[in-house]
Design a protein around this ligand. Structure first.
Ligand SMILES: [Zn+2]
Length: 407
């Protein structure tokens, strides 16, 4: 099975109209404009733009800000994008955690929440999501919710990797998930991989803001990679690009749940630090996973945590060197579900290869940096999928209404 990104060029009138709406909203997001100016910039007829503006104004997605002075005749009405015109929900499901954010159309969080998941059966989790959505909607200052983004760990639909143990979600079939999620939430649902969504969020308002090309290493339970190249997320043919956690970094190394040995996420992930501390008999499975515990061990310069940091930094340095040579990013950003201080400690221990295309004297951005979107980054990215699908014609999310539809 595969994802079928919505075609940008509409195949019928409905799609063309949806596309034109995104073009107009995307344009207004960057500057306030009159109808004639929008028509010219978007290559649309003034009549088409007038019809769209009337519709968008009724929906509250654009506002009139006044009239612009004109040399002669009636001065044109000036419109502005209204971030408070609607809201978007973002959900991240991890094997142990469900995170929800509600944002306005500017990507600003209105409310956020995360709950521990005692089990990951899709029916159970979808019911929890629906309850959180109802609660968020009831307390939202913005009445209209356009849709929901749902991000889960990859990979999608791959024999051999899908059931790769503790960092994946067994039973979450991406072919049936959109229909089930839409039924549970009563909203259109956009699905993507957690790392890709997190990368988009970091580009929208975090450390990668203003960078067209960057790599984002995402600490979920495992380790994911989101690549944004020239402003576009790189998803691959089946939505599985960036499965960096299962890149072999130490041949004949530690056994991985995927069946290989020496996979990167066996050394660099939240799960790997937990496993390391438990294996050393230092902590119990109950206490090793919390941020407070990790931060205390870091502050105490605990030798077992230091041991993990050194092993992780060595594997990560190799992996980052590889990513740089493969994708030539302006910067590699690290973020997600590890405490900031632990990510900083990891970055401080990196020994990046000098033989890399990223070793350059004229660099203006750090080669590696910590993200600033915090632990809600993937959920914010999930909401960003809805926003992108509403206002940005070039950044369509996977809209899987018909997962098995032919290309
Ligand atoms: Zn593996």
């Amino acid at each position: 099975m595969s994802f079928h990104p919505q075609q940008i060029a509409g195949k019928n009138a409905e799609k063309t109209k949806a596309h034109n709406r995104r073009v107009v909203l995307g344009y207004l997001q960057t500057r306030d404009s009159g109808r004639a100016e929008i028509a010219k910039a978007a290559g649309l007829s003034t009549q088409t733009v007038s019809n769209l503006m009337a519709e968008l104004e009724t929906e509250g997605l654009v506002l009139r800000t006044g009239r612009r002075a004109a040399a002669r005749g009636q001065p044109p009405v000036v419109y502005t994008f209204n971030p408070a015109g609607a809201a978007a929900l973002g959900f991240e499901v991890r094997p142990d955690m469900l995170t929800m954010v509600l944002t306005d159309l500017g990507g600003t969080a209105l409310t956020s929440q995360h709950i521990r998941l005692p089990q990951t059966d899709p029916e159970f989790v979808l019911a929890q999501m629906a309850a959180l959505a109802r609660q968020a909607a009831a307390n939202s200052p913005i009445a209209r919710i356009l849709g929901a983004g749902l991000v889960i760990p990859g990979p999608f639909g791959v024999e051999g990797l899908s059931a790769a143990g503790a960092t994946t979600l067994p039973g979450w079939d991406p072919a049936t998930l959109p229909t089930r999620a839409e039924a549970a939430l009563g909203l259109p649902v956009h699905i993507d991989k957690d790392a890709t969504a997190a990368a988009l969020a970091e580009g929208m308002s975090g450390a990668a803001q203003g960078l067209p090309t960057y790599a984002f290493l995402y600490f979920g339970s495992g380790l994911g990679l989101g690549i944004v190249a020239q402003g576009q997320p790189l998803r691959g043919a089946f939505g599985n690009a960036g499965e960096v956690g299962h890149v072999i970094i130490h041949p004949n190394g530690r056994a991985c749940d995927c069946g290989n040995h020496g996979c990167l996420e066996q050394y660099v992930s939240r799960l790997s630090v937990q496993r390391h501390l438990i294996a050393k008999g230092h902590l119990t499975p109950d206490t090793s996973g919390t941020d407070a515990t990790l931060l205390r061990l870091l502050a105490d310069q605990n030798p077992y945590l230091t041991e993990w940091l050194e092993t992780a930094a060595e594997a990560l340095s190799r992996a980052i060197g590889m990513l740089e040579n493969l994708f030539d990013p302006q910067s590699t950003v690290l973020g997600g579900a590890l405490p900031d201080a632990l990510i900083d400690a990891l970055i401080a221990r990196l020994n990046l290869p000098s033989g890399s295309v990223a070793s350059r004297a004229d660099r203006t951005t750090p080669r590696v940096q910590r993200g600033t979107s915090g632990r809600f980054t993937a959920a914010l990215g999930a909401a960003a999928l809805v926003i992108h699908n509403t206002v940005t014609p070039r950044l369509d999310a996977h809209r899987m209404e018909t997962p098995h539809a032919p290309d």
